[in-house]
Design a protein around this ligand. Structure first.
Ligand code: SF4
Length: 448
């Protein structure tokens, strides 16, 4: 269990210097206790106090980093049951399974196909992260060859699945640089697998037969000094899996149960006979707290909706997605190119910039900070008012980049044109279309 605010306060320097952003050490202690502050914000905590406070400031579910390279990931680290309470931090990772004896050409084809499954949305690249290699014949050499090929020839990170520590040992040298997740420690092999994970600094998943065994194994491994653990209570029936995920999350967050304070891993590939049903189960597991879901395959038609669900769920509901205020070049605009202005809600930016790009009329797009609100909402909230937009246009520096003085505003904000013209007396304010899909025609007509 974490320390109370008063217990934390006793360990702080009590100088009330305010460098942590709040006026007193007591206020900082209270924030730390409720998870609203980070210990590192105070530069004056002694090493001894830091050690004691680490427990209090640690998230109730440990964040576990897995893998290396562009698809490295972090799971766990969550602090709430429901997204509307705060936010979810580390998205569920997706893995697809291959057998250790998979033929080389089949593996190469799968990696090629899986690598192509990448989607651009609101400026983000959505893609799966992992491949799980399952030992099917106990042969370390075959297992190592398959894992090595994936590690060296793809961006995917690895889950090494074998309950035989000797098989896993055979692979450590070949793909240790990818910091793979080892699956799994069981009551029979916990000591050996724990040692292997500890020596190499790999995260380790526990596979148990029920919750009691899971807690016992977690305690055993943490007493060996292992910190980066994932939990699999062993259930494979969807209803039970769902219950287990909720129990683990509640135990960690509500009861402060440190034995269960780790992210989880689940296997839809072992719960269904086809990818469609696996996908439905995976969709449930994303929304109910699973750290990693392992599927039998990645196919665009099932992966894409899962990636979108994940994106929606792991987006902070209290902070609209934004782009940075500034001048954006679409195409290669010059001093005669049109100038448009809109808000910094990222969906607005990506829709508008996409339409401008589609028009093939190189343009300057001015993005004004409206705290992530869309055009109509920003206008209604007074954050996209004529004088403010005019002042932004003046200060942003666009006048140095173009020879004309024409600016296009969104059709939905037509009413701000008068105030804008007062703020920008030398400029002609043009009303653009209401619907972004009409931007290409608007720009082409203008260019003509
Ligand atoms: Fe106290 Fe540290 Fe904050 Fe200063 S920075 S007020 S010492 S907690």
């Amino acid at each position: 269990m974490g320390l109370t605010g008063i217990q934390i306060f006793k360990l702080l320097p009590k100088t009330n210097c305010g460098e942590c952003g709040v006026p007193t050490c007591l206020a900082f202690a209270m924030n730390l206790a409720s998870g609203k502050a980070e210990l590192d914000t105070c530069p004056y905590v002694s090493d001894e106090a830091r050690e004691k406070l680490a427990e209090a400031s640690a998230p109730p579910i440990r964040p576990v980093a897995i893998g290396a390279g562009v698809r490295a990931l972090k799971v766990g680290g969550e602090t709430v049951m429901f997204r509307h309470e705060k936010t979810f931090y580390n998205p569920t990772a997706f893995a697809a399974e291959v057998a250790s004896d998979i033929k080389t050409d089949t593996l190469e084809r799968k990696l090629r196909e899986w690598n192509a499954l990448q989607y651009e949305r609101v400026g983000l690249n959505l893609r799966p992260e992992m491949v799980a290699v399952r030992d099917v014949n106990g042969k370390g050499s075959t297992f190592a060859a398959t894992a090595k090929k994936i590690a060296e020839e793809s961006e995917f990170n690895l889950i090494l699945m074998s309950e035989d520590a000797n098989v896993i040992k055979a692979v450590v040298d070949a793909c240790g640089f990818k910091k793979p997740l080892l699956y799994a420690a069981t009551p029979e092999n916990a000591q050996e697998m724990g040692n292997l994970a500890k020596e190499n600094g790999f995260p380790l998943a526990i596979k148990a037969n029920g919750m009691e065994e899971l807690v016992a194994l977690s305690d055993k491994l943490t007493s060996m000094g292992l910190k980066d653990l994932l939990l699999d209570p062993g259930s494979r029936e969807p209803k039970q899996v769902l219950e287990d995920q909720v129990i683990i999350r509640r135990a960690a967050l509500k009861a402060g149960n440190r034995s269960l304070g780790f992210p989880t891993i689940a296997f839809p590939c072992e719960m269904a006979g086809n990818l469609d049903v696996e996908t439905i189960i995976a969709a449930m597991l994303i929304s109910k707290y699973t750290g990693i879901v392992v599927l039998s395959d990645f196919k665009g038609e099932s992966l894409f909706p899962l990636l979108l669900e994940r994106l929606n769920l792991f987006t902070d509901p209290q902070r609209p997605m934004t782009v940075t205020q500034g001048i954006y070049e679409i195409g290669s605009p010059n001093e005669h190119s049109p100038v448009l202005v809109t808000t910094n809600f990222s969906l607005t930016y990506f829709i508008v910039s996409g339409e401008i790009e589609g028009s093939r009329v190189p343009s300057w797009l001015l993005i004004m900070d409206t705290e992530g609100l869309s055009v109509m909402t920003a206008w209604a909230a007074g954050k996209f008012a004529g004088d403010a937009v005019g002042s932004f246009v003046k200060k942003c520096g666009i006048a140095d980049k173009v020879k004309h003085k024409k600016i296009i505003i969104p059709g939905y904000a037509a009413s701000i044109s008068g105030d804008m013209e007062e703020e920008l007396p030398e400029w002609e304010v043009m009303i653009g279309p209401r619907d972004a899909s009409l931007i290409p025609k608007f720009l082409r007509d203008m260019a003509a």
